[in-house]
Write a protein that binds this ligand. Structure first.
Ligand SMILES: [Zn+2]
Length: 153
């Protein structure tokens, strides 16, 4: 577990035009680079509402892991939690041994912001319209192909 220094060599966190803080390339990141793990505590999804009420999490940095568990980057996470969403991303998340890693899917030039497609699924059984998706989960990534929502479709 001594990869932290190496991992952080690629990136820095600073304020973003897109949203809050973002993660930026400190030097050119070659295509295919595994940049870092999306680190954080493994938490039971059934407990998340209670965890929010108890002030343990804001839910902002929760990534889905499987049907039972999620990863909360707010608890024990690293800089990867600050990566913003884009509908036209330069990174993707790949899972190995139940761990999500952020990979560069194209070369990322020094100074450019890293992003990946959150693809939040609408896990609720209720059907919501495209208009509601855009209103409730708006995307402001600015990509020409922006679908207007953080949700999957
Ligand atoms: Zn977008």
């Amino acid at each position: 577990m001594n990869t932290v220094a190496t991992d952080r060599d690629f990136t820095m966190v600073r304020s973003s035009q897109v949203h809050g803080r973002g993660v930026f390339a400190k030097k050119t990141i070659p295509k295919g680079t595994r940049i870092f793990e999306y680190a954080g505590e493994r938490v039971l999804k059934v407990n998340l509402a209670k965890d929010l009420a108890d002030g343990l999490t804001s839910l902002v940095y929760v990534m889905n892991l499987n049907e039972i568990l999620a990863i909360d980057g707010e608890r024990g996470g690293n800089d990867s939690r600050y990566i913003n969403h884009s509908c036209d991303p330069n990174c993707e998340v790949l899972y190995f041994n139940e761990k999500p890693y952020i990979y560069a899917i194209q070369e990322i030039a020094e100074g450019n912001e890293l992003n990946f497609d959150y693809k939040y699924g609408s896990e609720a059984d209720v059907e919501i319209t495209q208009e509601q998706k855009r209103e409730w989960f708006p995307c402001n990534c600015g990509a020409p192909n922006c679908r207007g929502t953080l949700l999957d479709n």
